[in-house]
Ligand binder design. Structure first.
Ligand SMILES: Cc1cc2nc3c(=O)[nH]c(=O)nc-3n(C[C@H](O)[C@H](O)[C@H](O)COP(=O)(O)OP(=O)(O)OC[C@H]3O[C@@H](n4cnc5c(N)ncnc54)[C@H](O)[C@@H]3O)c2cc1C
Length: 309
């Protein structure tokens, strides 16, 4: 039985907030998960082709909360990581087998991970999920020793008191800002152009990180011949890459990686992300802990954002 007078708030139901909520399924108190967005459409999530790399540690966490078995058939393992520099032709190859691991983790469609986490919270006894609910502000009630949060949904504004709050609100966090936690932002002056491409040759479960004078490129293995492509370009070129044809995008990827994987035979629609480094001065404040992108935002070249927890 959960103790409803001992409530914990998770603000934000992205991958970080959802996986924390599932991880608290045996906690002896009520967990309230709010998100300003509506419940995501299950068909949309199931068809989402955006890929995310999960490290071995993320795999162990998902195993510990009972999620891994439901998603492991969708995961493409990374067995080797090939890091190289184009001009000087230097390279380092990391092999999971050398570290007595079967792999370094793997790629999963982000929508599949979110969908599975949503299915898990549906049957969670100690969880109250409030979609379409935006956290507006909070104040500390020291006499009652709790934080009082103010929310808004389509019908009303209302308040709830919590013993603890977790900000999983992404890079721009209301809770973090209201707690007065300072952040250092560094602008990379770059955007990431992401897509999934199919290559002529099999990738053999190798991930590539390639550094070039035009910016870095990451290729992460999916299935047998597909690669999640993260092409980093200068921000001033954003419009050019948003409008780029499949063939000019593929040409740029091949210019950076070379002939190792053969030609690109098809490529999905591109998504473009602004890249910034965000480091908060502290991860905790009175009644509050930061998680996911509320706790850090970094360059996606090494695929570590969510993996850092
Ligand atoms: C191009 C690219 C590639 C990446 N690849 C990888 C990778 O391979 N591996 C990896 O680990 N990471 C990767 N990352 C990083 C990863 O995507 C993020 O770290 C992760 O998705 C962030 O999840 P989150 O739950 O913290 O935040 P979000 O997904 O941003 O979720 C935040 C949620 O909070 C809600 N919210 C915000 N404010 C409020 C409020 N006031 N009230 C209520 N709800 C609110 C929002 O609606 C949203 O649903 C990549 C990032 C980029 C840009």
């Amino acid at each position: 039985m959960s103790n409803e007078s001992e409530r914990l708030l998770i603000s934000g139901a992205g991958a970080a907030g959802l996986s924390l909520a599932v991880g608290l399924k045996d906690a002896p108190y009520e967990v309230v998960l709010v998100d300003q967005n509506p419940v995501p459409d299950k068909d949309f999530l199931a068809q989402d082709t955006r890929q995310i790399a999960l490290s071995k540690r993320s795999q162990y966490y998902l195993e510990s909360i009972g999620i891994w078995d439901s998603i492991k058939s969708y995961v493409t393992p990374i067995e080797k990581v090939h890091v190289s520099e184009k001009v000087f032709r230097t390279r380092v190859i990391l092999n999971a087998a050398d570290h007595e691991l079967d792999n370094f983790g793997g790629l999963i469609p982000l929508g599949r991970l979110i969908l599975t986490l949503h299915e898990a919270i549906e049957s969670q006894d100690n969880l109250l999920y409030l979609p379409d609910t935006k956290l507006l502000r909070y104040y500390a009630d020291h006499e009652a020793d709790e934080a009082v949060c103010h929310f808004k949904n389509s019908e009303a504004e209302f308040s709830h008191a919590f013993k603890w709050m977790i900000a999983a609100e992404g890079t721009h966090s209301t809770l973090r800002e209201m707690a007065g936690i300072q952040t250092a932002f560094t602008d990379y002056d770059q955007v990431a152009v992401i897509a999934v491409g199919t290559f002529e040759k099999p990738h053999n479960n190798v991930a590539y990180e390639r550094f070039t004078s035009r910016g870095p490129l990451a290729l992460l293995p999916v299935n047998t011949h597909e690669m999640a492509i993260i092409l980093t370009v200068k921000r001033e070129e954003r419009a050019k890459w948003e409008a780029a044809s499949d063939s000019s995008f593929s040409d740029e990827v091949l210019f950076r990686i070379g002939a190792e994987l053969g030609m690109i035979t098809s490529v999905t629609k591109r998504h473009v992300w602004d890249l910034k480094l965000m480091v908060p001065k502290t991860l905790c404040a009175e009644y509050l802990t930061l998680a996911g992108n509320s706790a850090h935002a970094l360059h996606p070249i090494a695929g570590q954002g969510l993996n850092l927890g």
